[in-house]
Ligand binder design. Structure first.
Ligand code: AGP
Length: 602
């Protein structure tokens, strides 16, 4: 995920770009850059790290008067976050910014290198600008050269290009990654989402995949495979908060819907057809490591518990998990053959950070799995794998949990790969399942409507038990946590087989049981556990691909080919159920009482 802004017009371009990029910083903040062509003068600035570094670098630069400009905030996919890898990328006389991945860049790069082009960065993006200049140098007019370049690109892209060969024009193309065009009279804006142009433009056009074109003299020329086309703009929403929610009622709801897409981002460049590639880890990272200890809090702790099953089952490496606040004061026995893993969405959770410091003092190698680059936990760790969920605003964590679990699943496969404890055939099966996951995370209208309907039956009672076995036990814990955080109803997650050892005493019609009943994992066992509860008159809401007669309510899941695919689909069901119950109870979904997004105190 990267963010793009563009502007053509007479206003101070630097400010428009920097303010716009600020709104998009959640999309990535490894580095940022801008390029402006004004008359004959071309200026370009780049800075590694957050946008404030670029602001500092450009503080004495002004850019009033007619000109063209593009800006970018980067979230690295190809090549480390360095200035050379930051956008805009320069050819000999043109600049480009890009969001997405050019899948055939290696082939294009090779071709261009054979023709004598020198590449300065490790990015896929740089091929775009060289390809454009190649065609322009061959004698094609700038737009023809751009068109020929677009025809060669495969993969996902939203891209803007400016060139000294056409100093009054911005060229654009979109396929797979988001981009819109904003209008204010003759001034034209480009952005990855609404927020950078709210208050500046009043009309907007959301580009479709396969569209490209150029803007010149205040007029946008739009093309697709069939040639130039007419298009209809629409009024731009004026409320920034509304725009940030992109039409959803709550950030949490938006984040639940985003999970399918961000999962793709989490896997990008890491999950290959027959192999897991984690560039963050040196080849010898696991040398001498015989065990894994994971420390985390809350939802992150639940993803850790899930991972423990995966590490032991898939990678055959011992893994234990501890709540960070407990670990800190128990005088733990630590040995140097243990990799210390911390998991945190924010990277600032005080207990997790302190646990990490303790492990480091004891000489353990450390790895963090985190959503926020440069956060305290990332900086403190020997190395980090970012979850790439994008900013999560809802206090109740959803997409962070999904992406953490995905990264941990990848890591388990990676360990099995490097330690050669995972047969190639099984690795391939796991990878195939991974690639099916985004589909299982799609929220359909039917599913959401069903959970909205069901939610009205679960607003009272004396408590909820979410039950599951194996990896579905941590999912039950997470489902219960979600519900209590935003509904303020009492909910517990429990291993299904453990209910008869005590909690079943609570069973009556007012005890709501949310039963996670996957087809691919211990179905018959959990079925018996649910039958025991049903026999004591507990109200059962079963989530399963298999119809279950004793259920009072039943949510039928669609994907039942692999436990992890079932896991992710059931996760969405529990998230939506909690959301809809909370809405009916009139609670503040995004900012539930007594909670904070980042818990930086002990
Ligand atoms: C989850 O919905 C929470 N609000 C909370 O449990 C959270 O997961 C916990 O505080 C840990 O936060 P972290 O992932 O940022 O470290």
């Amino acid at each position: 995920m990267c963010g793009i802004v563009g502007y053509i017009g007479p206003k101070e371009k630097k400010e428009i770009l920097l303010d716009g990029l600020q709104e998009l910083e959640y999309r990535g903040y490894d580095s940022a850059g801008i390029a402006v062509i004004q008359g004959e003068k071309l200026n370009n600035f780049k800075a590694v790290g957050k946008l404030k570094n670029l602001r500092e670098k450009t503080k004495n630069y002004t850019s009033k008067g007619f000109g063209i400009s593009i800006g970018h905030t980067r979230w690295a996919t190809h090549g480390k976050p360095t200035e050379l890898n930051a956008h805009p990328h320069l050819g000999a006389y043109s600049y480009v910014v890009h969001n997405g991945i050019i899948e055939n860049y290696q082939e294009l790069k090779k071709e261009l290198q054979q023709e004598g082009v020198t590449f300065l960065s490790q990015t896929d993006t740089e091929t775009i600008v060289h390809l454009f200049e190649k065609y322009h140098n061959e004698g094609f007019a700038p737009f023809e050269a751009f068109q020929k370049m677009v025809e060669r690109l495969e993969g996902a892209y939203a891209t803007l290009l400016i060139t000294e060969a056409a100093p009054d024009t911005i060229f654009f193309a979109k396929n797979g990654s988001p981009m819109l065009i904003g209008f204010d009279g003759e001034e034209v804006y480009f952005a990855s989402s609404d927020t950078p142009i709210i208050g500046r433009a009043n009309e907007v056009y959301y580009l479709e995949d396969g569209e490209y074109g150029y803007v010149q003299n205040g007029k946008v020329h739009l093309f697709d495979g069939n040639g130039e086309k007419a298009f209809q703009t629409q009024p731009l929403i004026a409320d920034k908060a509304m725009a940030q929610k992109e039409g959803y009622r709550f950030f949490m709801e938006k984040e639940i819907y985003e999970q399918s897409r961000v999962m793709g981002e989490t896997m990008m460049g890491r999950v290959l057809e027959e192999e897991i590639v984690l560039d963050e880890l040196n080849a010898d990272f696991f040398e001498g490591i015989n065990a894994i200890k994971i420390c985390a809090c809350g939802t992150s702790y639940h993803s850790a518990l899930t991972a423990a099953y995966l590490f032991e089952r898939l990678a055959k490496i011992r893994c234990d998990v501890e709540i960070a606040s407990e670990f800190r004061y128990k005088d733990p026995l630590l040995s140097n053959d243990t990799l210390f893993v911390t998991i945190s969405q924010s990277g600032e959770t005080a207990d997790t950070l302190e646990a990490l410091k303790m492990a480091k003092r004891a000489g353990l190698k450390s790895l963090s799995i985190c959503n926020v680059d440069n956060s305290s936990i990332v900086r403190e760790s020997d190395t980090a794998i970012l979850t790439r969920a994008g900013i999560e605003k809802g206090v109740a964590s959803t997409k962070a949990f999904a992406t953490q679990t995905m990264v941990l699943w990848m890591l388990a496969l990676y360990v099995g790969q490097v330690k050669q404890t995972l047969p190639q055939e099984l690795l391939k099966e796991e990878i195939d399942a991974m690639l099916r996951t985004p589909k299982a995370l799609v929220v359909t209208d039917e599913l959401h409507a069903k959970l909205h309907r069901l939610s009205k039956r679960y607003l009272h009672g004396h408590g909820f038990f979410f039950i599951g076995r194996d990896i579905f036990y941590p999912l039950a814990l997470e489902g219960a946590l979600k519900l209590k955080e935003i509904s303020y109803l009492h909910a517990e997650g429990y291993p299904a087989g453990e209910m008869k050892h005590g909690p079943i005493a609570l069973a009556d019609a007012e005890l709501f049981t949310i039963a996670l009943m996957p087809k691919t994992m211990h179905y018959d066992k959990i079925k018996s556990n649910v039958e025991e509860l049903s026999a004591r008159d507990a109200t059962i809401c079963a989530i399963s691909p298999l119809p279950f007669d004793l259920a009072d309510d039943f949510v039928q899941t669609q994907y039942s080919s692999h436990p992890m695919v079932e896991f992710f689909e059931m996760m969405v069901v529990t998230q939506l159920l909690a959301l809809e119950i909370s809405v009916r109870l009139g609670n503040d979904v995004d900012m539930p009482r007594n909670l904070a997004k980042s818990v930086t105190v002990e």
